[in-house]
Design a protein around this ligand. Sequence first.
Ligand code: ADP
Ligand code: MG
Length: 316
Amino acid sequence: MSEFSLIDFYFKQRTQKREDVLLGIGDDAALLSVPPGKILVTSIDILISGVHFPVNTLASDIGHKSLAVSLSDMAAMGAEPAWVMLALTLPEEDKTWLKGFCQGFFELADQYGLQLVGGDTTRGPLSITTQVMGFVPVGQAVLRSGAKIGDKIFVTGSLGGAGLGLLVAQNKIAVNNKNPLNKLNRPEPRVVMGKALRGVASAMIDISDGLVADLGHILTASSVGALVHLQDIPLDEVLKNTMPLKEAYSLALSAGDDYELCFTVPEAKCEPLREIFAEFSCGYFCIGLIEEEQGIRVLDEVGNPFYVECLGYQHF
Ligand code: ADP
Ligand code: MG
């Protein structure tokens, strides 16, 4: 199959068609129409085999995850995703792999009504780059920089499940449960929740590098600090039952790939949260408070400081 028929067969024919796409796959560039009164929001992520996913990860899981991580960035801005571009570097034209990849990728794309509008395809060591584009009404994007002293800090879902999944994938730990690997390979981007938090959250980020590292980005951008109560952190259920509690909390605070949202809310806007999250099954949890003193202080149930060793994965 030529490069062009491969693109046509696997990608052009599979994707949804949206009215705001004037020209999609097939020309030198795509032509896209942003609705009036809205701002274009865009984010790009590279996934490299052996770095962002274990080399033996299923193609369908890679397809899902490569889109999920970009959608999670849209969620963290309060944006509504619309379009995606896909740059693929493949070692070979492996039909089974491509079929699996597309299955995972388009299942998630269809769930959010996304159209694949272009990309690039090259030969080389496996890597996947996805650029998602979406909209947010003018002035309503939720930035990292808006946290204020006295705001409460929340997280969605639970933490540490993907971190445990990575240990399982690396054969460092054995569990009799599929959930940790699912958490690692099939993160559920909190797109609908992020959008619902517009006008409520003062600052927001998605947890891709671990709670301490990512909350740290909110604190730096907002020039504030945080007090976090260890016992209020929602631990992944399997993790809780697999490791001593201290180690479990350590992993929940430091491991990446959970793709939950971490956000701050002023006291006066905490009441509407209950109603907002009533529709969602993921749940939300208050884990602490924004303070004037810079940095993060994590306290255990008796008020002693809890130290976290690893502060997120750094590529350089
Ligand atoms: P160019 O040489 O102008 O970069 P390409 O031959 O790379 O064009 O791509 C042809 C068309 O196919 C373009 O519209 C491009 O956006 C699209 N395309 C290429 N690879 C992919 C892909 N992996 N997914 C979606 N669209 C793709
Ligand atoms: Mg090209």
